[in-house]
Design a binder for this molecule. Structure first.
Ligand SMILES: [Fe+2]
Ligand SMILES: [Fe+2]
Length: 256
């Protein structure tokens, strides 16, 4: 298992040293040597697990894209905004205060830096990132459970119009939840990703057909159908335990 890392650093001894520290057994490193190349990478490449960026980027021709501009650009893209970022900077960098206030910056390490401190920050940032993903998955499961309870209550009270609109909200919630899990699964090469994705797809088909039925008929769907959907969805939540286990072992691999 590798953590993909985007290293934004001019070529030279620092870049070589950083790549050496990250080590090929745990990290797969892509490099961008200047702001402009990094800008293209952000627009076109897959999202990495971690960004390591030198705040003192060299000027490329007439066009200079600064580290701060790159951070702002990453923050404007949902997929890039919440991945951990570690910034290496010289004390004299005029943007250092602004950079430190960017929410997704996990650490600023001043040059010259201690290699052990650097690798420790990398591990800590990745661990926190995995932990916050697990916490968010759990939070969304609880939220889905509560939404189903409300839906069943509306059905019991024969409040069909409310039930229809609440079911639409729930369907968006389910879609977003599956998306959230799948992006992370794909990025971390979760071994059961294909099966899990297929199961999500089946559930979404079920949700969609219930929505169509509700739109066509005056009557809402029965409580039994809602309970059946809940049971199937919570089987998926049960399968998610395997995924959480996988993430926990990924987290535990970050020692050294
Ligand atoms: Fe889930
Ligand atoms: Fe799932």
């Amino acid at each position: 298992m590798h953590f993909s890392t985007l290293l934004i650093e001019p070529p030279g001894i620092d870049s070589q040293l950083l790549q050496l520290m990250l080590g090929p057994e745990k990290f797969r490193v892509r490099t961008s040597e200047c702001g402009l190349k990094a800008w293209n990478t952000i627009l076109t490449d897959d999202v990495p697990d971690l960004v390591v960026m030198d705040a003192d980027l060299p000027q490329q021709g007439e066009l200079q894209i600064t580290a701060l501009q790159l951070l702002e650009m990453m923050n404007n893209q949902a997929q890039w905004s919440n991945i951990p970022k570690i910034i290496l900077a010289s004390n004299s960098n005029p943007s250092i205060l602004k950079i430190s206030s960017v929410a997704s910056v996990n650490a600023i390490i001043l040059k010259p830096y201690d290699p052990r401190r650097f690798i420790q920050e990398v591990y800590t940032s990745l661990k926190q990132h995995i932990e916050s993903h697990i916490a968010e998955v759990n939070r969304q499961h609880i939220q889905l459970g509560t939404a189903f309870q409300e839906l069943i209550q509306l059905s019991d009270q024969s409040r069909f119009n409310d039930l229809k609109s609440f079911f639409t909200q729930l369907s968006h919630m389910i879609e977003k939840h599956f998306d959230f899990e799948e992006h992370f699964m794909a990025r971390h090469n979760y071994p059961d990703f294909i099966d899990h994705h297929d199961n999500h797809k089946k559930l979404l088909t079920m949700v969609e057909s219930m929505k169509v039925e509700m739109a066509k008929s005056d009557k809402a769907i029965t409580a039994e159908r809602i309970v059946k959907l809940r049971t199937d969805l919570f089987e998926d939540v049960n399968d998610d335990k395997q995924y959480i286990k996988f993430l926990s072992s990924l987290r535990s691999s970050l020692v050294g």
